[in-house]
Design a protein around this ligand. Sequence first.
Ligand code: NAP
Length: 433
Amino acid sequence: MNMNDDKIKVTLLGGDAPINFETLDFEGNNIVSYGSDAPVLTNLGKRMLYGPGSIFFAHTENEQIRTDELYEAVNVYKSIYYKIKSSGKMKIKVGILGCTGAVGQKFISLLRDHPIFEIYELVASENSAGQRYRDRVNWKEAVPYSEKTGNITIKKIGDPLDAKILFSGLDSSVAGEAETFYAENGFAVVSNSKNHRMVDNVPLVIPEVNKEHFKLIHSQQSYNRSGGFIVTNPNCAIVVMAMALFPIHRDFGLSKVMVTTMQAISGAGYPGVPSLDILGNVIPHIADEEKKVETEAQKILGVLSGNKIDFADFKVSASCNRVPVRDGHSMSFSFETKTKATKDEIISSLRNFKGLGLASSPEKVLVYFDSPYRPQPLLDANSGNGMTVTVGNLRECSILDYKMSAFGHNTIRGAAGAAILNAEFLLEAGYIK
Ligand code: NAP
């Protein structure tokens, strides 16, 4: 296993047993010797993929490694990788574009003690540039920013940056041009803004749903020239809808969806909707939202075909409302599937949604409640540290096949948390050069 700056290259060793190799520094620098079978890396206490001669490796070309054993071994390598990152010696520098805004603040709060990433640079508008973060920000998060972050001097777009990865929570009026500029200059731009989401060769990804779409990065000219690229995560309402519908589409094929959203005030940034307009009220329109909700899910649930995505062929009709909830978007939808399914089959499909085991992955990606009174913003906003989407109340619909409720945290799973998860995957998959 060779380590350099931010990658681990795992090499399968051949030759005659026993073979010695060193465990990593932080594990005590032990020498572990291997016999012919079931090797154990002492300090990790777990079996490793190894061979030849090991039960975890094919002895001859005709033998096969069992898939579960292969996954188990890969997970051990992943855990070593994260241990190195979390040892604090090798954190990767990241920058936050739009650091003063609602999404920017959520990035700073989620990255405060992140095992892999270290906040290194902050960027906002010319009004903020040149000021220390602590002197400029109107902090709204419950978790305070660290002293180190507070002392960072904010830069403006175009100033030189050292960070490899840039998380973008820029206002959409500037995000398009700024993100392109950074990608062309060699940065990995992981964006929340709408500007590039529907561009053909820009991945729009929820890693548990469509991580293979990241392959589109290879067709971005900037990637081949400078290693820079742009990836996006979905609109904060779409992420909830796409995650709730993904297992159903995978197993039965969607044909129609009708959705009514009830979206939190924090989705409009700060100061957002005036309090006198929203307290005790519901506003039946959110500018530009319905178009996004009616189109983005088909890209996410589409299939990669060369340098583009063949969109999923179901229709969505959306009605979007702003409601007096602080955090978390709720929605009710009815849907029709191409292959008919029983209620139990749909619920078991929803419950069969596997996570990825990345640093920001929740224990459960999707939770289905049997109680018809869930999900609720007050009870479920922090489920899985804000990364779990909750669904419930599946019942028959008199117009389409079924209807149900879904809920997710808009600034975590719907924005900063989603982008951080994307970056964790991109790093692990070797996209970040
Ligand atoms: P916000 O609170 O209004 O913050 C906007 C940020 O952009 C601020 O840091 C602002 O910096 C910066 N900015 C504005 N003009 C700029 C310029 N000319 N140059 C550089 N920086 C500039 O907005 P937000 O709610 O965080 O949303 C940010 C983005 O994420 C938007 O594109 C939004 O659509 C998207 N998004 C939001 C949510 C959500 O739930 N809030 C969810 C998903 C996606 P200054 O303070 O210096 O002006």
